[in-house]
Design a protein around this ligand. Structure first.
Ligand code: SAH
Length: 230
C-alpha cells in the first residue's frame, strides 16, 4: 500500500500547493503516494460551523475545540488505521531526518494542522497526537509545517527519486552535512572546480568529499558530530 497522507486543516485549498509540482507532484500523479486534505470546519458546531472558542483562564486569541477536532480525526480514520497521528506544533519534538526516514518507510500519516493559539490540550491526550515541530519559530498555522514534513517524506519513497542518488550521502544521513557540489563550466568567474574532482580517481574523490563534509559540519554544526542528531 502506498504512502497515504491525510491532512486535517481549516484551509484544505492550500493543498496540494507546492506538493503538487516537481518531484512530489509527479509522484502524486503517478500514485506513489496519496494526499487527502479534509476540512476541520465540516465538523464545526452550529449554523456557523464554529471550530474555536476563547481560552479558558483568559488571554488573547482563540483555541481549536477538542470536540470539533476529535470528530474530524475520528471521521478521517478507519478502524485499525496504523498510521501515526501527528500534530504540527512548535512545542513538538524537533523534526529530524531519522524521523522522516521512519515515516517514509511506513503507511503514511494523519497530520493535524493547528491555527490560532493552538488546540485544546485534551484532544492531544485523548487522540494520542504526537506533537512535531519543524523548528524554533512560530508559524501562523500548521499547513506549511505539514507540507515540509510531507515533502521530506515523499522524496524518500521508492521510485520517487528515480535514477538520482538514494539520498544515502545527503546531509544528516551520516550525522554530517553534505560536501560541496560543482558542475560545468570548469572555471567560472576565475573560480576553478577542485582538481581532485576532475582526476577520475574515485578513491581520492571519496576521501576529499568525506574530509569536506567533516570540515563543513565541524564549522557549522558541531552538535551533529557530537552525535546529538535525531
Ligand atoms: N500559541 C502557540 C503557537 C500557535 S501557532 C505557541 O506559542 O506554541 C498556530 C499553529 O501553527 C500551531 O497550532 C501549529 O499547528 C502551527 N505551528 C506554528 N509553529 C510551528 C512550528 N514551528 N512547527 C510546527 N507547527 C507550527
Amino acid at each position: 500500500m502506498a504512502f497515504r497522507a491525510t491532512v486535517l486543516t481549516l484551509y484544505p485549498e492550500m493543498f496540494p500547493g507546492p506538493l503538487g509540482v516537481s518531484l512530489s507532484g509527479k509522484a502524486l500523479a503517478a500514485g506513489l503516494w496519496s494526499l487527502e486534505a479534509r476540512n476541520i470546519r465540516d465538523h464545526g458546531i452550529g449554523a456557523h460551523r464554529a471550530v474555536d472558542d476563547t481560552p479558558a483562564g483568559g488571554g488573547a486569541g482563540m483555541v481549536l475545540r477538542a470536540d470539533v477536532l476529535a470528530a474530524a480525526i475520528d471521521a478521517a480514520l478507519s478502524p485499525g488505521d496504523p498510521r501515526p497521528r501527528l500534530l504540527m506544533s512548535p512545542r513538538g519534538a524537533p523534526l529530524m531526518q531519522a524521523r522522516i526516514r521512519d515515516l517514509a518507510a511506513g503507511d503514511g500519516a494523519l497530520i493535524v494542522c493547528g491555527r490560532f493559539e493552538g488546540v485544546d490540550e485534551r484532544v492531544i491526550e485523548g487522540r494520542s497526537l504526537e506533537e512535531v515541530s519543524i523548528g524554533d519559530y512560530v508559524l501562523s498555522g500548521g499547513e506549511l509545517a505539514a507540507m515540509v514534513l510531507l515533502d521530506a517524506c515523499v522524496r524518500l519513497l521508492p521510485g520517487v527519486m528515480g535514477a538520482e542518488a538514494s539520498g544515502e550521502e545527503e546531509s544528516f544521513e551520516a550525522g554530517m552535512l553534505e560536501y560541496p557540489h560543482y558542475t560545468r563550466p570548469s572555471v567560472w568567474e576565475g573560480r576553478a572546480i577542485p582538481d581532485v574532482l576532475l582526476s577520475g580517481h574515485h578513491g581520492r574523490i571519496a576521501a576529499w568529499r568525506r574530509a569536506e563534509a567533516e570540515r563543513i559540519t565541524r564549522a557549522r554544526r558541531p552538535d551533529l558530530l557530537a552525535g546529538n542528531e535525531g
